[in-house]
Design a protein around this ligand. Sequence first.
Ligand code: 9MR
Length: 747
Amino acid sequence: MKRRRTALVCLTALLAAAVTALPAAPAGADETEQVKNGTFDNGTESWWASGNVTAAVTDGRLCADVPGGTTNRWDAAVGQNDIALVAGESYRFSFTATGAPADHVVRAIVGLSVSPYDTYYEVSPQLSVSGNTYSYTFTSPVDTTQGQVGFQLGGTPDAWRFCVDDVSLLGGVAPEPYVPDTGPRVRVNQVGYLPSGPKNATLVTDATARLPWQLKDAGGRAVAHGWSVPRGADASSGQNVHTIDFGRWTRRGDGYTLVVDGETSHPFAIGTAGYERLRTDSAKYYYTQRSGIAIDDELRPGYARPAGHVGTAPNQGDTEVPCRPGECDYTLDVSGGWYDAGDHGKYVVNGGISAWELLSTYERSLHARTGKPSKLGDGTLALPESGNKVPDILDEARWELEFLLKMQVPAGQPLAGMAHHKIHDAQWTGLPLLPSDDPQKRELHPPTTAATLNLAATAAQAARLYRPYDRAFAAKALDAARTAWAAALAHPDVLADENDGTGGGAYPDSRVDDEFYWAAAELYLTTGERTFERYVLTSPVHTADIFGPLGFDWARTAAAARLDLATVPSRLPGRDAVRRSVVRGADRYLATLEAQPYGMPYAPDGNVYDWGSNAQVLNNAVVLATAHDITGGAAYRDGAVQTMDYVLGRNALNISYVTGYGEVSAHRQHSRWYARQLDPALPDPPDGTLAGGPNSAIQDPYAQSKLQGCVGQFCYIDDIQSWSTNEHTVNWNAALVRMASFVADQG
Ligand code: 9MR
């Protein structure tokens, strides 16, 4: 499934030159040069430049004078078309280049020269005045004769000069197998272990017999020792592994290491501070995802940016958004909300589960025996609203809830009361691109039953949680929820078009019985009314086994209902059975976790890791955590806590998937504005940002060029181009917020 496309604007101005010899003959026997005149011996023959660039051959190189003040990289470019590419064949893409003044970035691509301008390979090196040679190997994901080699130079405020020489795309080269740098073979939670919690590690080794291990403190003194447990071949990674349990050591400290089989782990702490910090950082992530408000540097140093989509040029903004042509004849003010992910889209399906999981983090703190509501209370998240006497986590969730309410079709219009599925750009935009620079037209997409029920569920939940702070808002939310519920009942099968994925994600959901159950459950918990009680009790979803390997997410929402029915006080008949069903689900996740040498409650069928697997791992842990809240059982707590080890470094790649946490952490998540990898003037994602994680389907060309044939956990790469394995999203981070908060509470 292809989803995100990078446009290379149509280029004209083919530069004329005499037709003579091709560049130097290929180096190896079967290696063939695909670029014509890559050495510019024949002037500019075979090369083009966009109309705003003056390109000419100077001293045997192609030099381009690039104007300042364009928006996108591809707004100024030079390149060559008619490049043939063969699927599965490997190519070496190389060139030498200079940029003056220094530090400009060129986006060098191999892609499609015609619409939809797919990019198959791209790099964005920063250039020097003296020049460097760049060389990369990749494997083409497609067959085409309409390929293109392009150097995209736009998007800078100032004018600059780019020169390039020895451009080569050599086909038939040996593929360069991608070998991730996985560091020491002993894998630990790089952030840390709770003093009284479980402490497990995984060792990658060919040894079949047990091996002695030592735990060393920061001073290098061995403070504990024991033997590893051989676990044989691990399906999730294809590795031979042992596990190590050092849970008997409980003394707090920083800089511990685990030493075994001649390897020393990354350092880690034993303590709670890391989780307290993660609790707030993961929740602070949402402020910098906000649309419609300028991000304040005092609140988020290094992350200031102008408000996005507020109705000022160059984008039309979100204050008066029309439907796609012919789909409705009104406009809506749908400003605000959170950007979904690394794109500028805003989706009700996905916004819903994200808002729910933040609200549920707060709601859990009110009801669970280890809950501490003040930890996400007023003043904890450095928000513009901090100091308003409302818990900050509720202020943040309200930013999204207000947007969800605005997506409801107004009274008097066809489908009144339903919610539009989403609002986003008419076309995909490229990277990097600040929200405030988005030049695309914004459009509302048709209402769906799923979106309507997402609105009903979260607005109903909001009604009970905001009542102590803002009665008017609570009443308005409940009203909207009731209206949405009635509209969904009247239009129970209006599904999103699964092909509606241009300019934004499709978020198609072909089953909405779980959304009906979820909305009914939230409406029941807030109102106690018989209609909703009856709907819940008679829904087949109420008694279905819903705690499967892939857990819950934006499309599978039954668990949201079941967990709330099990934990939010109510007089629901049969509530004990509901609670027992959660515990049974947790038993299964616990069994999975125990069978996994990397200790995560996740073993998808056929070892097929799903899109956003890290959030699914965490959501399965939420079921474990809830079973602990229900029963007080230590095994459930330990399972939930142990899941953090996998996310924070005890995994096949030896990486912490949370930016800023651990010695080696994901920090190049796919994003249009946390795009430091592409533009050194931009920041990396903020600390506390979760990467989507291994995804067996590797839908993006970059992952395809590196990860073909990957096994489970290895289907991940920390590169900004890999939108299918390395994006960040509001729903995935919500699972992190929920779990970070639970684990911090166990300290
Ligand atoms: O996470 C989503 C995944 O489950 C879907 O299969 C995919 C296609 O609809 O979309 C993913 O979500 C993306 C969304 O469509 C657009 N914003 C970024 C999301 C994460 O990649």
